[in-house]
Ligand binder design. Structure first.
Ligand code: SAH
Length: 464
């Protein structure tokens, strides 16, 4: 997969200064899977072209340190378009190779950073989803690009197989290098439907940062934001709200497509599984430790089985949100009696945590400093001692499947650690043994043969 950027700005070799990459040198940057190479096929005063070549090893995606899978069928692990198509890998490569230029800085010749130059860009194998050509035009034309598109057929030898979803895209425009790189950074993944991407709130920050100065006015800002954030409705809404403070982005009903619902399921799936387990235990009094804004509490309230439901969190503002979202003020007094919210920390012995049949601790332990885990263990399993304890936490092995994560990255800036399945299971078994619990494990989310599921759950039962 190749992307080239040419300019006829005089002298054209200034492109080397702008990109902080010398035209005479061949340079490479490491990506999570494979490498990106930067080189100049031509570098004359009249015309200079820089090329960014993605070198992704599909076998490495499965076999290497970082394990990837293709979707749907096992061969997909080996045969997929990632090495050949302009995907979100390209974005990552652009930001790694040309970060200074993307941020609008030119150290060698500072005055160049603000110069609008004529650029021609060629992207081979750009996958475009439904809408194909029209979608590509909708994204690039409002930004002033002239576009030539050539759609590839599936196979030259078998013309009857018809057209593929891949295009060669030629763009030309006159603008600053930083704008150009930011456009590509956002729009290439917005076109890619098949990305392995961990979308956290940090992605909103990246989008807003790279979109600054152009995305706010783009007529397709909703579409771009939604597609960039992989149709994740709630994140998209947050991003749109911040993009246009005056408009009420919440009213955009277009966002509530089926796709949004499908994509938004990992956390929902997790909560559904936790609820299912809690119901199975026959528990009546349940405690959600680290309840956050109370998503699980809302689900628990709907189940008659639970006569006493408590939510505890260290954060007062999360508890306030939970109270709002539960519409606590408007609840009938009988319902109000069922639910109890209180502030507390999972690392301090607390009488209020005693007397429950079951406790859920969903995506919380990874927010505790590792040296506090022993206190946590005693607070929950020795003092509070509910009959059932359900703990969920991310499976770090799965992070390898997220293109935008580097080795060692975690899913949230507040995570103090993320564990492999073996680490979690060893820790959990140790606790179970010490405190007379049994423990079983369940994956949460789609299971990948090599790296497991995105999240993991331990179900502890006291005394058996
Ligand atoms: N369980 C919720 C929220 C998970 S986010 C859900 O699944 O949606 C993690 C939550 O743990 C945050 O709300 C944070 O305030 C809370 N938390 C972090 N450290 C804590 C501690 N020491 N004691 C109690 N809650 C804590």
């Amino acid at each position: 997969m190749l992307l080239t950027i040419s300019t006829t700005y005089q002298p054209a070799t200034d492109l080397g200064f702008l990109l902080h990459k010398h035209p005479d040198r061949f340079q490479s940057v490491d990506l999570s899977i494979g490498k990106a190479h930067v080189f100049y096929p031509e570098a004359t005063k009249d015309k200079t072209t820089v090329a960014l070549l993605l070198d992704i090893d599909p076998i490495d995606m499965v076999r290497g340190k970082k394990k990837f899978s293709g979707k749907g069928f096992s061969l997909g692990q080996y045969v997929n378009d990632r090495p050949y198509a302009a995907s979100s890998f390209m974005s990552v490569a652009l930001s790694k190779a040309f970060s200074t230029a993307m941020n609008g800085t030119c150290t060698g010749k500072p005055e160049l950073a603000d110069v609008k130059m004529p650029f021609e860009i060629k992207i081979t194998s750009l996958p475009a989803p439904r809408g194909g050509e029209l979608l590509i035009r909708k994204l690039f034309e409002p930004l002033g690009y002239q576009i030539t598109l050539e759609r590839h057929i599936l196979d030259d030898k078998f013309k009857e197989w018809g057209e593929s979803k891949y295009f060669t895209l030629d763009l030309s425009n006159e603008l600053t290098i930083s704008k150009l790189l930011s456009h590509l950074y956002v729009l290439i993944p917005a076109l890619d439907n098949d990305k392995h991407y961990y979308v956290s709130e940090a992605e909103i920050e990246k989008l807003l940062k790279k979109g600054k100065g152009w995305l706010e006015q783009h007529p397709e800002k909703e579409l771009i934001t939604r597609r960039y954030l992989i149709n994740l409705g709630s994140l998209t809404r947050q991003a749109l709200q911040r993009l246009s403070e005056h408009e009420d982005a919440e009213t955009n009903t277009e966002l509530d497509t089926k796709e949004d619902i499908k994509k938004e399921t990992l956390h929902q799936k997790r909560l559904n599984l936790v609820l299912e387990q809690l119901k199975k235990t026959g528990a009546k009094k349940v405690l959600d430790m680290g309840c956050g804004e109370g998503k699980l509490l809302r689900m628990l309230l709907k189940e008659k089985q639970f006569s006493k439901i408590a939510g505890m969190d260290v954060s007062y503002s999360e508890l306030t949100k939970a109270k709002d979202r539960l519409h606590w003020d408007e609840m009938a007094p009988k319902q109000q009696e069922r639910i109890h919210l209180f502030q507390g920390a999972l690392t301090y012995k607390d009488k209020r945590l005693e007397g429950y049949d079951a406790a859920a601790i969903v995506e919380v332990i990874e927010h505790l400093d590792e040296n506090r885990l022993q206190s946590f263990e005693r607070v929950v399993f020795e003092f509070a001692q509910p009959k059932t304890v359900i703990i969920t936490t991310p499976n770090i092995e799965y992070n390898a499947l997220f293109e935008n994560m580097k080795t060692g990255d975690m899913r949230h800036t507040d995570h103090r650690f993320e564990w492999t399945r073996a680490q979690f299971e060893t820790w959990a078994k140790g606790i179970a043994e010490k405190h007379n619990y049994s423990v079983e494990f369940e994956p949460i989310g789609e299971v990948n043969e090599q790296v497991g599921a995105p999240s993991q759950m331990g179900i502890f039962n006291h005394g058996n």
